[in-house]
Design a protein around this ligand. Structure first.
Ligand code: 5AD
Ligand code: SF4
Length: 473
């Protein structure tokens, strides 16, 4: 059954536009120059994409953008709540800003995103960070112009963390994207999975898919604007369309995207193994624009822990998926996420994760030590293993994976690969960076005119994290 979806209406957008114009006028009256805003983003690609929308709204409000916090009239911290470490970094950064405020009392400081969507965090900001002016959660993102207008006119701090968990679908706000040939394209928002360790479903609300026609229109615009590497984005892209009877499923959407004319690559993230289907891999193999790369978080290698995590697959099913995916695409690169030290995980269970790594041989991994998140189911599970022990497991895991990544990258030496050049290399021996279709980082020698172009490159050297090579004439 199709659930009713709430897309932003024209009236709501018009109202925000009106607030944007008023903000513009206020700054015109107050400042002899264009006001500047600095957006700092923490966390995942979804947050990056949200920051692109924030930048779009800022331009509407007459702001210029800067990366220099000291020059800014408005500081925005778009925050991440996934682990405690991310939150501590945000508090550290926000803490710094009290100095700026002393120098410039008119500075407006804003904290938004996933952190303040949790009521206890919003309270903490209210109590302990009195110089923060505006606080809003992910659900109020589109109301940013109204919230800023209120702050500028009411002389009170503004808090909006109202969260209808159903959430809205943001349409009609034009993002300001980062430079380079790559772009994010959100296809859905939210997550329904409630993995027992994870805060995301609480701060991002339920899954809601964007209209495929809107996605396709945006994709065509991106291609027309010259973007060459487009990542379809969602917390859990494999369940795209499952909330709507009249939408295609994810494999269907990929096929539609592949049919858009132009010279570009398509990739997507993140995939949940429970919803990955054989048809998805067959579709990836068949669609020439879809890169043979998948980020398929497994989290751990123990069936008992997977059950406790509420992941809804076991190791056997995961391995079957990987084997079938590789059968469809022998050149597939597979990356994954691993959590070590989930509450109650034993040494033996941790070793099963190492075994899984040896069996699958991921190209690379994102590895995390479990972080307790207030309000999640795992937060109330007994967690007897010490932090030091978890750190030791973590180090062992990295050692194993680093060796595998090094070995996998070494297989590329001597091969010629297609690289989309995307920027300037920081390695003094090289000029450019780029990505293979499998999303491997490549350092290259060559002229800057190649940025944004696809080249054939011969790989001459490799490391744990990158390939090195030269452009073929
Ligand atoms: N602790 C550690 N890692 C976590 N992740 C999500 N929640 C937590 C947590 N509480 C990891 C998962 C997920 C990735 C985005 O972050 O591996 O796939
Ligand atoms: Fe978190 Fe699981 Fe949803 Fe990923 S799928 S965002 S880990 S709850």
């Amino acid at each position: 059954m199709s659930r009713e979806q709430i897309v932003l209406t024209r009236e709501e957008l018009d109202l925000q536009q009106e607030y944007a114009q008023r903000v513009r006028q206020i700054y015109r009256d107050r400042l002899p120059r264009q006001p500047l805003a600095c957006v700092t983003t923490f966390g995942c690609q979804q947050n990056e994409a949200d920051s692109e929308l924030i930048r779009g709204m800022l331009i509407d409000m007459g702001f210029g953008l800067t990366d220099d916090e000291r020059r800014a009239d408005l500081l925005i911290f778009n925050t991440c709540a996934i682990r405690e470490h991310a939150e501590m970094r945000v508090f550290g950064n926000v803490g710094q800003t009290s100095h700026y405020k002393k120098e410039n009392p008119d500075l407006v400081i804003c904290v938004c995103g996933c952190m303040p969507q949790q009521p206890q965090v919003a309270d903490k900001i209210k109590q302990s960070y009195p110089y923060v002016d505006i606080v809003f959660g992910t659900h109020a993102l589109w109301q940013f112009p109204r919230l800023l207008y209120r702050r500028l006119t009411e002389k009170k701090r503004v808090f909006d963390i109202s969260g209808d968990q159903q959430g809205r679908i943001l349409e009609g706000i034009r993002p300001v994207r980062k430079e380079g040939p790559a772009a994010w394209l959100s296809i859905m928002y939210g997550c329904n999975n409630f993995c027992s360790y994870c805060i995301v479903p609480y701060v991002r609300g339920r899954e809601r898919s964007r209209d495929p026609q809107v996605i396709l229109r945006e994709l065509k615009e991106l291609v027309d604007e010259g973007y060459r590497d487009i990542t379809l984005l969602g917390q859990n892209v494999n369940s795209y369309g499952l909330d709507r009877e009249d939408y295609p499923d994810f494999a269907g959407l990929l096929e539609l995207c592949n049919n858009v004319p132009g010279d570009f690559r398509i990739r997507f993230m993140t995939s949940h193994p429970k919803d990955a289907t054989p048809r998805l891999f067959e579709t990836m193999a068949r669609c020439e624009k879809v890169c043979h790369a998948i980020h398929l978080p497994v989290q751990c290698g123990s069936d008992r822990v997977l059950r406790e995590m509420n992941r809804r697959y076991d190791v056997k099913r995961y391995l079957e998926l990987v084997d079938y995916a590789r059968k469809c695409m022998p050149d597939l690169t597979i990356t994954s996420d691993i959590i070590v030290g989930f509450p109650g995980e034993t040494e033996e269970e941790f070793r099963e994760t190492l075994e899984l790594l040896e069996r699958v041989r991921f190209d690379s991994l994102f590895t995390f030590i479990y972080s307790r998140r207030e309000g999640t189911r795992a937060a109330s599970m007994p967690d007897p293993v010490s932090r030091q022990e978890k750190q030791r497991w973590f180090d062992r895991l990295l050692q194993v994976q680093n060796r595998i990544s090094r070995e996998k990258n070494a297989e590329y030496v001597g091969r010629t690969v297609e690289v989309l050049v995307d920027g300037v290399s920081e390695d003094p021996d090289f000029d450019l960076t780029g990505r293979t279709r499998g999303f491997k980082l490549v350092h290259l020698r060559g002229g800057r005119e190649l940025i944004g172009r696809t080249v054939e490159a011969e790989i001459t050297r490799s490391s744990t994290v990158a390939l090195f090579g030269k452009v073929k004439a």
